[in-house]
Design a protein around this ligand. Structure first.
Ligand code: AP5
Length: 597
């Protein structure tokens, strides 16, 4: 039997993570090309100075900005790979081979910067002193270059291979904000002593752009040998400094991609290394093809006639029972909620609700993480604020007095937390974001949208009247309930409140789901997860089964989709593989699902 109200006895403290990361840069008109040493047929200096003062910075987790930079992640899209590793670990060498075989657009920040230096641009002049001393070039310069390059059509069409970026946690954050994520994060692992040897012996051919090594890959002729150049940052002293900087940042960067990281032993011959890389990429390509075929059938069944697709959805993350959830998993869900809610609001929907009960956000259990909920609310609020909307985030206040204060335990102190949260450095709080309570008195002329944090009835007190008054006052403006619990609770005397119950339930049902995510378990258990239901506006409800793979990993496989939230019988039948209209069975292993939703 499955049920969908997971609980857990795990405990942890959720830290509030400021969403701040300094720089997210919009695309400028800047244009650069590849390798400073590439021959002219590969290489054109269409470089125009980057106008740093034109770059707009954001501090929010934003879906809508910068629109031009959005990298489409549809299931049919080409490969998106990041390659990382210490200086001279062989990134450039492997990239040459990958490009030859897979035709991806190679974007190397080192090459882009060297091209700027060679062209003597403003950026080049700024970058030079950092590069030559083995330090990292400031984020705002590098991020703008990468964002611009990724936004070009060839990268979207052919896929990309990002080399040397992100190199710091804030760079990784910038990519996240732009919703740019690779399919695979390759780390070339090479011991330090080899690295120094490789760097010091590296030579570059300014005519062909080819990478040589005086010992390992000597040039083919005396003529080539005579024209080889050494990179100014390839001295032993500078390599050591670069290596140190790499080590300081490596862990923070790779933590952003932990579930898609593949570490490869880069100390072997370049052919051996490439064999492993090639096999990984080929496998990935095959998987994409399978997903594309599957994706077609999912998209064909989507609700409504809108043309938008779930093009940024990456499948359900795994290891959801591991608590605390990784930052990545939390962000994943925030992102999923934000996209769905934005679509619903953009479609003119005004009474919306989000229900999400991953263990960290399950409002019914002791693991209900107020910090995680607040992070979600912040992400959502800022995504609207980024669009210039004035958002009021409201938490219900006390509904009673003394021992019967009527404040649900989970919400105690949440208003204070909201007040103290980091809402960004750009003065969003107080202008675009305001904090209030649930009630008609909070509705003000200038508000554009309301986000209500987990409104819920408490024993003996019903939030619905306050809520109704507020939504009436809000009129046509969107009101979004996050993890509301509007079912009737017994009164303090233990007797169900019956007065006006029908109207209350009707009112509660008037909110349309714009996002729904629920894990499925056997009834009465909290482990293992059996599956999940997900709905992201305007698409259908999707029913997934969790499958353990022989490798020890797990995955979620879609079983079916539904126009409305599936009933317990429908879930049971689908898990049993019954055709949709078959008579429902009342018993059996899946048959005693009851009251799960
Ligand atoms: P960048 O050019 O990216 O330098 P790097 O990361 O230090 O990497 P390298 O180019 O030195 O090495 P590689 O791993 O590509 O190795 P390669 O294949 O050439 O960046 C340069 C500078 O730009 C940075 O220091 C920084 O200042 C700035 N910058 C760049 N990105 C930035 C960012 N995101 N943010 C801020 N600043 C940034 O191989 C090395 C040698 O080994 C070659 O001679 C090769 O022939 C040989 N070799 C390769 N593979 C093998 C093998 N398997 N066996 C034997 N030899 C091999």
């Amino acid at each position: 039997m499955l049920h969908s109200t997971p609980s857990s006895s795990f405990h942890h403290t959720t830290t509030l993570h400021p969403c701040s990361s300094p720089s997210l840069l919009s695309a400028s008109s800047y244009s650069s090309s590849h390798h400073a040493w590439l021959p002219l047929r590969h290489f054109s200096f269409q470089t125009r100075p980057l106008r740093l003062n034109n770059l707009r910075t954001h501090n929010h987790f934003s879906l809508t900005t910068p629109k031009a930079l959005k990298v489409n992640c549809s299931t049919s899209e080409p490969l998106k790979i990041m390659i990382s590793g210490a200086p001279a670990s062989g990134k450039g060498t492997q990239c040459e081979l990958i490009v030859q075989k897979f035709g991806l657009v190679h974007i190397s920040t080192g090459d882009l910067l060297r091209a700027e230096v060679a062209a003597g641009t403003e950026i080049g002049n700024k970058a030079k002193e950092f590069m030559y001393s083995g330090r990292l070039v400031p984020d705002e310069i590098v991020t703008a270059m990468v964002a611009e390059r990724l936004s070009r059509e060839d990268a979207k069409q052919r896929g990309w291979l990002l080399d040397g970026y992100p190199r710091s946690f804030s760079q990784a954050e910038s990519l996240e904000k732009m919703q740019i994520r690779p399919d695979l994060y390759i780390v070339l692992d090479v011991p330090d002593e080899i690295l120094i040897d490789r760097c010091v012996g590296r030579r570059l051919d300014p005519v062909t752009g080819k990478i040589y090594h005086i010992k390992f890959f000597p040039p083919e002729s005396e003529e080539i040998k005579a024209r080889l150049v050494t990179r100014p940052d390839d001295t032993e002293e500078k390599v050591k400094s670069r290596l140190e900087i790499y080590k300081q940042n490596a862990e923070a960067v790779s933590s952003s991609y932990s579930n898609i990281t593949k570490k490869i032993d880069g100390s072997r011959s370049k052919e051996e290394v490439f064999k492993e890389v090639e096999s990984l990429l080929s496998q990935l390509q095959q998987n994409k093809e399978i997903q594309r075929t599957l994706g077609k059938s999912i998209l064909n069944t989507k609700k409504g006639s809108g043309s938008s697709s779930q093009d940024t959805w990456r499948g359900i993350p795994t290891r959801l029972n591991n608590i605390p959830h990784s930052r990545e998993i939390r962000k994943y869900f925030y992102n999923d909620v934000i996209q769905a809610t934005q679509r619903a609001v953009n479609d003119g929907r005004t009474r919306l609700k989000v229900d999400i009960n991953i263990p960290e956000l399950n409002p019914e259990m002791d693991v209900y993480r107020i910090g995680t909920l607040m992070e979600l609310v912040r992400g959502l609020a800022l995504s609207f604020a980024d669009d210039g909307k004035r958002v009021k985030v409201c938490v219900q206040g006390s509904m009673g007095e003394g021992a019967l204060a009527g404040m649900p335990l989970q919400l105690a102190g949440s208003r204070k937390i909201l007040e103290f949260m980091d809402w960004g450095d750009y003065g969003a709080k107080g202008t675009f974001i305001n904090i209030g309570s649930i009630g008609a008195a909070e509705v003000e002329e200038q508000d554009d949208l309301y986000i209500l944090v987990a409104p819920q009835n408490a024993v003996g007190n019903c939030i619905i009247d306050n809520l109704r008054a507020m939504t009436n006052a809000a009129e046509h403006r969107p009101v979004i309930l996050i993890n509301a619990r509007l079912k009737d609770l017994p009164g303090s005397s233990g007797i169900m409140q019956t007065m006006g119950r029908d109207q209350r339930l009707k009112y509660a049902a008037s909110f349309e789901s714009c996002y729904f995510f629920r894990l499925l378990y056997y009834a009465g258990t909290q482990y293992p997860i059996m599956g999940a239901i997900r709905m992201s506006y305007p698409y259908r409800y999707e029913l997934y089964k969790r499958v353990d793979e022989p490798s020890g990993k797990e995955k979620y496989v879609i079983l079916s989709t539904f126009p409305e939230r599936p009933t317990t019988d429908e879930i049971n039948d689908t898990f049993e593989g019954k055709p949709r209209n078959e008579t429902r069975k009342g018993s059996g292993i899946w048959g005693f699902l009851s009251g799960i939703l």
